[in-house]
Write a protein of this length. Structure first.
Length: 396
C-alpha cells in the first residue's frame, strides 16, 4: 500500500480524476482559488525548467568530449527527420481519410475562467531556448578546452538540479495536473468541445501510436537493443505530459523514466532527453498537419493543394525544432506558415487553435515518449558506429 501511495503515476491519475470532479462541481469562488494555485504551481515548474536543461545538457556534452559536436548534429538531424516524417505520414493519412468524414465546426463557447486572486510571478532566469543554447555552447566550449574545473562545477550543479527535481518539481506535479484538469472541466473544454472533434482527435491519437511504434522499432534496429525496455518505463512521463501539456514541464519526469531503462546509456539520457524536449516535437507536428487539413475542409470545403502541404511540412519541421516546449508552442510558432502558405483567415486560425488545444496534451505525450526512441537511436550510434567512437585530437 505504501508503494502504491508513493507511485508517481498513481498520484497523477488521482490528480486527473479529482481535478475533473472538482472542476465539474465547483463554484466560481472555488475555481478562482484553483486557478490561482495552478498559476503558482506553473510558475515554480517553469522557473526550474531552464535550470534542469543547463544542469543536464552541459555536463552530458562535456562528458562526450570530442563526440559532442557529432552527437548534437545527429540529434538535430534525427529530430528533424522524425518531425518531417510524422508530418508526411499525417498528410498522407489526411488526404485518405478526411474526405470521408463529416465534421462540423459548430463549437460552442467555453465558460470564462475567473481572474486569479493574485499573480505571484516567478520569471525564469532565462527562456527555455536561451537555456538550451547556453547549455550547448558552454558544454561544447568546456569539452574543446578540457576545462576540468568547469567540468567539476557542472557535475555538482547537476546534483543540485537533481535535488531540485526530486524535492520540488516532482512533488508539486500532481497538484499542477489536478488544477489544470479542474480548470478544463470548469470552462467546458472537455464536456463541450471534445465531442465535436472526437473522431478527428481519436484518429490523431492512433497516428501518434503508429509513429511511436515506428520510432521505437527503428531505435531497436539501430541499437540492437529491446525497445520495450525503454518504452515500458515511460508511463509516468506520458501521463504527466497529458496533464502539463508541456514537454519542458514534463522534463524532470522524462529524465527519471529514461534513467530507469537498462538499455540506455546514462550520458545519452542526460544529453538527449533535455535536448529533445525542445527540438523533437513529432506528435505536435503530426497533429497540426492533420488538423490544418481538417479545418481547411471545414472552412473552405477543400483540402490544401499537395504542393502547399509539401512546402508547409518542410518548413514546419524547422519551426518545430525552434518552437518552445510549452503548451501550444508548435502551433503558435507556425502561425506565420499557416497564414502565408495555406492562406488561412482569422476564423480558420481560431478553429485550428481550438482543436489543437483540445488534444495538445496527447501530442505532447507523443513528443515526450518519442524522445526515448531518439535516445535509443543515439545510444546505438555511439556504441556501434565507428564514426562516433572515434576520438579526435582537439587543439586549444
Amino acid at each position: 500500500m505504501g508503494k502504491l501511495k508513493d507511485n508517481l503515476i498513481v498520484k497523477l491519475f488521482l490528480g486527473v480524476i479529482i481535478g475533473l470532479i472538482v472542476g465539474l462541481t465547483a463554484s466560481k469562488g472555488v475555481i478562482t482559488v484553483i486557478v490561482t494555485a495552478k498559476y503558482i504551481f506553473g510558475q515554480i515548474i517553469f522557473y526550474c525548467v531552464p535550470l534542469v536543461i543547463i544542469g543536464f545538457i552541459s555536463p552530458a556534452i562535456i562528458k562526450m568530449r570530442s563526440n559532442a559536436s557529432k552527437m548534437l548534429g545527429a540529434a538535430l538531424a534525427i529530430s528533424y527527420v522524425s518531425s518531417v516524417g510524422a508530418a508526411t505520414f499525417s498528410a498522407i493519412s489526411g488526404y485518405s481519410i478526411i474526405p470521408h468524414l463529416s465534421i462540423s465546426n459548430n463549437a460552442e463557447g467555453l465558460k470564462e475562467l475567473p481572474e486569479i486572486l493574485f499573480k505571484l510571478d516567478i520569471p525564469p532566469i532565462m527562456t527555455v531556448m536561451t537555456a538550451l543554447v547556453t547549455a550547448i555552447i558552454i558544454g561544447l566550449a568546456t569539452a574543446w578546452t578540457n576545462s576540468d574545473l568547469v567540468e567539476k562545477l557542472f557535475d555538482q550543479f547537476q546534483n543540485i538540479t537533481l535535488s531540485i527535481v526530486s524535492r520540488i518539481v516532482i512533488p508539486i506535479l500532481p497538484f499542477f495536473v489536478g488544477t489544470t484538469f479542474a480548470a478544463l472541466a470548469y470552462e467546458g473544454g472537455i464536456t463541450k468541445q471534445l465531442p465535436i472533434f472526437l473522431i478527428v482527435i481519436l484518429i490523431v491519437i492512433v497516428g501518434h501510436l503508429i509513429w511511436l511504434a515506428l520510432l521505437y522499432l527503428i531505435g531497436g534496429a539501430i541499437s540492437k537493443k529491446n525497445p520495450i525496455e525503454v518504452i515500458r518505463h515511460y508511463g509516468p512521463a506520458y501521463l504527466t505530459a497529458i496533464g502539463t501539456m508541456s514537454s519542458a514541464a514534463t522534463l524532470p519526469v522524462s529524465l527519471k523514466c529514461a534513467h530507469k531503462s537498462k538499455v540506455l546509456r546514462k550520458d545519452m539520457v542526460d544529453f538527449a532527453v533535455p535536448l529533445c524536449a525542445n527540438i523533437h516535437l513529432c506528435g505536435s507536428v503530426l497533429t497540426e498537419v492533420f488538423f490544418v487539413m481538417t479545418v481547411s475542409k471545414v472552412v473552405y470545403g477543400t483540402l490544401p493543394p499537395v504542393s502547399s502541404m509539401i512546402q508547409f511540412i518542410i518548413l514546419l519541421g524547422i519551426f518545430a525544432i525552434g518552437a518552445p516546449g510549452v503548451p501550444g508552442g508548435t502551433v503558435m510558432a507556425s502561425l506565420g506558415l499557416i497564414t502565408s502558405i495555406l492562406g488561412f483567415n482569422d476564423s480558420a486560425i481560431a478553429l485550428v487553435l481550438t482543436i489543437f488545444a483540445l488534444q495538445d496534451s496527447f501530442g505532447t505525450a507523443c513528443n515526450v515518449t518519442g524522445d526515448g526512441a531518439i535516445t535509443l537511436m543515439l545510444t546505438g550510434l555511439v556504441e556501434r558506429n565507428p564514426y562516433f567512437k572515434h576520438e579526435e585530437t582537439i587543439e586549444a
